[in-house]
Design a protein around this ligand. Structure first.
Ligand SMILES: Nc1ncnc2c1ncn2[C@@H]1O[C@H](COP(=O)(O)OP(=O)(O)OP(=O)(O)O)[C@@H](O)[C@H]1O
Length: 231
């Protein structure tokens, strides 16, 4: 589904992702793990088109996304939940979700939307300002906004950051439900091993801009992955 080949990301002369290769298969959940500053955010922002790649290629379902701007990548099936959620705090919950609809042909969210079925609290709060929601609710809002464009792959950058442990478990269940019900692929960056173990089919470890290790979850070497995450 998502194919990433020899993919490079640079800021000016400084290359921070050094030619990584991986794929996320249809219906698969892949977690990219690594400590702060290892290149997770740069890689994800670039896959979404917010930072241009400096080499290599990315394709989704056979469509080459390389060189496309972010609106075109979204239109071709990439959904993004950025680090820190980045919801619009002065806009209502409904307006926030509707910003995700503009990349499809629909401009209004109706009350019978399946997004409200996934996140009932957003329906109850649809007229509240985004900034008044709790961290966990804002994360649901950011996921709903990303799903509004009907993506084929959902990319989430450290969704557990700043979220309470009880809500993290719920988030893992919801993401698996989204994968099962919508049949999409998920790429999630993460520093919390327990969350990755709960959600992922496969784990990649990124260090210094290179993928240095990968494991299927069924035979994961937890100690080895943990050793990459410890400082
Ligand atoms: N806008 C930028 N300009 C220059 N260098 C940057 C920029 N953003 C990130 N970097 C550098 O790129 C490298 C990778 O950072 P990145 O944020 O991608 O890592 P990360 O693994 O996502 O870390 P975190 O978990 O803190 O988000 C770091 O050395 C960082 O200093």
């Amino acid at each position: 589904m998502l194919q990433v080949k020899d993919y490079r990301v640079s800021y000016g002369q400084s290359e921070v992702v050094h030619g990584v290769n991986f794929e996320v298969k249809e219906n698969e959940i892949v977690a990219i793990m690594g400590r702060n500053g290892m290149g997770k955010t740069s890689l994800m922002k670039s896959l979404v088109g917010m930072v241009p790649e400096s080499g290599g290629s990315v394709s989704l379902g056979g469509t080459d996304l390389t060189g496309m701007k972010s609106f075109a990548r979204v239109a071709n099936g990439v959904g993004f939940v950025p680090q820190g959620r980045m919801i619009f705090s002065t806009m209502t919950v409904l307006e926030n979700i509707e910003t995700g609809l503009t990349s499809t042909n629909q401009s209004r969210l109706t009350d019978d939307s399946d997004l409200y079925e996934l996140f009932p609290v957003l329906k109850e709060m649809k007229k509240r300002r985004g900034g008044n929601l709790s961290g966990g609710q804002q994360q649901q809002l950011a996921i709903a906004r990303a799903l509004a464009s009907n993506p084929k792959v959902l990319i989430l950058d450290e969704p557990t950051e700043g979220i309470q442990p009880s809500i993290i478990k719920e988030m893992a269940r919801t993401l698996k439900r989204i994968r099962d019900e919508r049949g999409l692929s998920i790429l999630v960056s993460e520093q919390v091993l327990s969350f990755a173990l709960e959600i992922a089919d496969r784990v990649l470890v990124i260090e210094g801009g290179n993928i240095v290790h990968q494991d299927e979850i069924a035979n994961i070497d937890e100690d080895k992955v943990a050793s990459y995450l410890s400082v």
